[in-house]
Design a protein around this ligand. Structure first.
Ligand code: NAX
Ligand code: ADP
Ligand code: K
Length: 513
């Protein structure tokens, strides 16, 4: 897992390291510059012409140090100091003195097309307002060149917390960021503007008592946390999922969620749906059982049978659907069973706010931005301004886990950690992908039924979201982002999960002679 910080948190970590730990600012800056120079050396041949464009603050100071290090290694480097010398930070002024000592060449009016690499050190995490005037023009000129583009810490003009562009922003091929991944580089457009991101250790670490809730980005390595399938298990052991899903004319969503739960490893799946869906569902997915009677007695049997519930895919919002969702949500949570509430289950929740009393720590809500807007009354642009805040506030308000789905899905429980998801791709913005996610989340909860150590529900949900994105990426490899659909994601689930079990099987089952 990689820790993700906002600009404000990064500034406080910098200050703590300098003032409380006692590492001088110039030492951190030298380490930062060494890390950037090393990455530039990796991508640059000897004959490269490098222009380092610097602002007034410490980001500019990093840039001046990068120029000096590369110049002393024999690269053809020019420095372009864009700011007003009266406004230089103390470190920036000191770096210029050092660079001038070594006669690092400076230009005032660069001939942009001559350079093969442009290094952006205009603004870092200290950007406080929209970029305008001369700075805006310079950043635009940098973007117009054909040179390779490297950003120091963060592309200039990018809001390090939201990922929004403030006025204009540098468009990097590579960003070397310091100490921690920046939140603004996880969300679009910041994520596209950052290019490839390298997180460099420069001697700034987290400290005990750091304010706020930690935000994490999961990585492939973290999938090793998923429990292995126990060798002594049977279909009952691996989890029974009940889906309250599908309505008249809406059978597909129930199919996607049910199939996703089975493909993720659930032992048995039953779908509580309307009679019209029985034949299509059983033809599409003979592995699943179908129940269309809605009575207190049958409902009780279904509830005591299952380990995990999914309520909502294709459910509709009519009276009959509301009754089904209401019964299973209220009784499911009373019975202490994990509930994944998705799609129309969420729309019904927004129409019946009194249902919030049924939500618990093991309820997972999976709204996309539109559904979240209906749940909270916030506009989509307000939600996009601060998705981490929105998911974490709603989780705190409801006591449930909130999975706020988007290109960078945010998962938050009512306490502890928050996760920003970076797997997946735009091919997943297609009908049915969300239904697949709800089934997969149920499948991931089932994986932990036989485990002694069960993580926080928010962690389990975040692992499911990350896995869903990896399956989306595998689907895009097979069918491309335009042609792929929810079925490609379903097909990818076993393949992706297999990658994480190969090598561990012998350990669990004993060596086959
Ligand atoms: N504190 C430290 O010692 C360290 C800082 N580091 C670097 O320093 C950066 C942060 O430095 P600073 O806090 O000095 O901030 P920046 O260098 O990111 O930018 C702040 C400067 O830009 C000006 N500014 C902000 N928004 C502007 C706008 N829209 N138009 C015009 N001017 C604007 C400010 O007035 C200030 O002069 C990091 O991103 C990183 O690159 C690293 O060297 C690691 C150590
Ligand atoms: N550009 C994208 N990058 C990564 N993931 C995406 C992108 N667009 C959509 N997704 C993911 O695809 C899923 C879409 O879910 P949802 O909007 O509920 O679709 P549906 O209701 O049609 O099933 C979510 O998990 C979302 O995070
Ligand atoms: K920068």
């Amino acid at each position: 897992m990689k820790k993700v910080v906002t600009s404000k948190e990064m500034a406080s970590l910098d200050a703590y390291t300098i003032h409380d730990v006692g590492i001088p600012s110039m030492v951190l800056m030298e380490r930062a510059a060494l890390a950037v120079a090393a990455q530039i050396q990796k991508i640059s041949a000897d004959r490269e012409r490098i222009l380092v464009v610097c602002g007034n603050g410490n980001n500019g100071g990093d840039g001046v140090a990068v120029a000096r290090l590369l110049y002393l290694k024999g690269y053809h480097v020019d420095l372009f100091l864009t700011g007003n010398s009266q406004k230089y930070s103390a470190q920036m002024a000191q770096q210029i003195q050092i660079a001038r000592h070594y006669h690092v060449p400076e230009v005032n009016n660069p001939t942009w097309h001559e350079y093969t690499t442009i290094v952006d050190a205009v603004f870092g995490v200290g950007l406080t307002r929209p970029v305008e005037g001369r700075y805006k023009e310079i950043i635009q000129r940098m973007n117009e060149t054909d040179a390779k583009k490297v950003a120091v810490d963060i592309p200039s003009g990018l809001d390090g917390s939201t990922g929004r562009v403030l006025g204009t922003a540098f468009c990097a091929d590579l960003t070397v960021t310091f100490a921690f991944m920046k939140q603004g580089m996880c969300f679009y457009p910041g994520r596209s503007l950052s290019g490839k991101v390298v997180v460099a250790d420069i001697g700034i670490y987290d400290y005990p008592g750091n304010y706020g809730r930690p935000v994490w980005q999961l990585e492939r390595e973290d999938m090793k946390q998923l429990p292995q399938r126990v060798p002594w298990g049977n279909k009952g052991t691996f989890g029974k999922v009940l889906l309250v899903a599908g309505s008249k004319g809406m059978c597909g969503a129930a199919y996607f969620a049910a199939c996703a739960a089975l493909n993720t490893g659930a032992g048995m799946v039953k779908v509580q749906t309307v009679e019209e869906n029985r034949i299509p569902l059983q033809s599409l997915l003979p592995e699943a059982m179908v129940e269309s009677v809605f009575s207190e007695e049958i409902n009780q049997q279904l509830l005591s049978w299952c380990d995990v519930l999914v309520i909502g895919p294709g459910l509709g919002c009519q009276d009959e659907s509301r009754e089904r969702a209401n019964w299973f949500l209220a009784h499911g949570n009373q019975a202490g069973k994990p509930v994944i509430l998705d799609a129309d289950g969420l729309n019904l929740l927004s129409m019946n706010p009194g249902w919030k009393r049924y939500l618990k720590g093991n309820t997972v809500l999976t709204p996309h931005m539109g559904e979240m807007g209906r749940l909270t009354g916030l506009s989509i642009s307000e939600l996009k301004e601060d998705p981490v805040g929105a998911a974490s506030d709603y989780a705190k308000e409801t006591g449930a886990v909130c999975v706020l789905k988007d290109a960078g899905t945010v998962t938050a429980g009512c306490r502890d950690e928050i996760y920003i998801n970076m797997s997946g791709n735009a091919g997943m913005a297609a009908a049915g992908s969300g239904d697949v996610l709800s089934g997969m989340l149920a499948g991931v909860f089932c994986m932990y039924l036989n485990n002694i150590k069960v993580p926080d529900p928010a962690r389990m949900a975040a692992l499911g979201v990350f896995l869903h994105g990896l399956c989306g990426d595998r689907a895009a490899d097979a069918a491309g982002t335009r042609g792929m659909n929810a079925r490609n994601i379903l097909d990818a689930i076993p393949l992706v999960l297999r990658d994480f079990e190969t090598g561990n099987r012998e350990e669990h089952y004993g060596k086959i002679q």
